[in-house]
Design a protein around this ligand. Structure first.
Ligand code: PEP
Ligand code: MG
Length: 325
């Protein structure tokens, strides 16, 4: 079956009723990246820059970062690349930058750390801008945003990095599209204001689930409670799509849910047309989407949203899938 999936990978993902779904890759390592892209991704939907940072013994310099980011862009050979600024803290420690907190997932994570250390943030932004050069390929994504003020501050630093480069470097630089991760629940209710500030949103269903359900995503004791199929989570995801559409925000999903067969079906039913996932999921999701119709999926979603819990949702979608085999 794996071979059968793989054969279809070169075909664009689309449902039987002609809804084109773009499938992107979640990445963090350089090795094998070019092959992974060539095997059928529409681009990189999430490049986690904390991964190269975690592999070092110290913060990588501007020129070291430029080199890595250029390689990532080159691997994507012209296809779009969403590069996320440093998302350390929480479950992702840097060996050379210890953070000790009682509640790391509610603490100093992602954009919070970058805004408190502009000297690090500016180096990263300058490196990204230089790697992107005058192309249209690069998009910059801000993680763990919980307020509009954080967006405004981050955009201020981006302007500063851009202006500094205009003076320092004799290179044409395009201002890249900017987006935020939608993973802190409060921002679900501010998408109108978000749309006035940025170009796109990437839904981080892993953290969004964790924060909506108040369940630590890595604590095995409560892992059965971490459930992105919880009808409350599905409703939140549906609302996020609806508001992004309403306020003309380009939107994709890059959490694990997008790479799960049942999750991908439900997300497509909600209206999402861009899913970003680990390499191992691409072929399977492509294969699956080519065998379902969006109109049918919408009925399935309507039923799912009325169910009492995630177990029932999974059962419903499993029965739907089994009936099609
Ligand atoms: C997410 O939270 O869904 C996400 C994609 O980000 P990360 O898993 O890197 O926190
Ligand atoms: Mg996250």
């Amino acid at each position: 079956l794996q071979r059968q999936y793989a054969q279809e990978l070169s075909l664009p993902a689309a449902t039987l009723d002609g809804e084109r779904i773009r499938l992107y890759l979640n990445a963090g390592l350089l090795s094998g990246l070019a092959t992974e892209i060539a095997e059928g991704a529409d681009g990189i939907g999430l490049y986690r820059t904390e991964i190269p940072f975690m592999l070092q013994q110290r913060f990588p310099s501007e020129s070291e970062q430029i080199k890595v980011y250029r390689q990532v862009l080159a691997a994507a050979s012209g296809r779009p690349v969403v590069m996320r600024t440093l998302d350390v803290g929480g479950d992702k420690p840097l060996p050379y930058f210890p953070i000790n907190e009682d509640n790391p997932f509610l603490g100093w994570r992602g954009i919070r750390l970058s805004l408190d250390h502009p000297e690090l943030f500016l180096v990263q932004l300058r490196a990204m801008l230089q790697a992107g050069g005058c192309g249209e390929q690069l998009r910059i994504l801000l993680p763990m945003v919980s307020s509009l003020d954080e967006i405004d501050q981050a955009l201020g630093y981006l302007d500063q990095a851009y202006m500094e480069l205009k003076v320092d470097v004799n290179q044409d630089i395009t201002r890249p599209k900017i987006g935020i991760m939608l993973e802190v629940p409060a921002l679900l209710y501010q998408l109108n204001e978000v749309a006035q500030r940025v170009d796109f949103v990437s839904v981080g269903s892993n953290d969004l689930t964790q924060y909506l359900l108040a369940v630590d995503r890595n604590n095995p004791r409560v892992s059965s409670l971490f459930d992105s199929y919880h009808p409350g989570i599905l409703r939140a995801l549906k609302r996020a799509w609806f508001d992004c559409e309403k306020f003309k925000l380009d939107v994709s999903v890059c959490g694990e849910l997008a790479g799960e067969p049942m999750g991908a079906l439900l997300l497509v039913a909600m209206g999402y047309e861009q899913l970003s996932m680990n390499q191992g999921s691409l072929a399977r999701i492509n294969y699956l989407l080519r065998r379902v119709s969006k109109s049918e999926l919408k009925c399935l979603l309507e039923q799912a949203l009325k169910l009492a819990n995630g177990g029932q949702v999974r059962q419903l979608v499993t029965e739907y899938l089994n009936a099609r085999n």
